[in-house]
Design a protein around this ligand. Structure first.
Ligand SMILES: [Zn+2]
Length: 103
């Protein structure tokens, strides 16, 4: 039986163990790695006893697509399209200028 349900936000990342940890009543730590979360594992086990916890998390936060998702820059596309329009105007001006020179 699951000892407890713990949200991933309440767990602590351990650089040493390369896993999310949560204190176990036996004195050791429940552990679950990012790799396990990525494949959909939601059980964090304690290596010292038979207890385990169910980790509550959003699978999208650990899915493959999550890391490749670009940061949400909402202003950039507008700036790019403005630049595009501007370069078109410059091109038009250059064209009309060279047309005048021909006449
Ligand atoms: Zn334990």
């Amino acid at each position: 039986m699951s000892y407890d349900d713990v949200e991933i936000e309440d767990m602590e990342w351990s650089e040493e163990l390369q896993a999310f940890t949560y204190p176990c009543p036996c004195g050791d730590l429940f552990q679950i790695t990012k790799e396990e979360l990525r494949i959909g594992e939601e059980i964090a086990r304690c290596p010292s006893c038979s207890l385990y916890i169910t980790v509550i998390y959003n699978p999208d936060d650990f899915g493959d697509s999550a890391e490749e998702r670009p940061p949400s820059e909402q202003l950039q596309p507008i700036a790019v399209s403005c630049l595009h329009i501007l370069s078109n105007i410059v091109l038009l001006l250059l064209l009309s200028h060279s047309c005048l020179r021909l006449v």
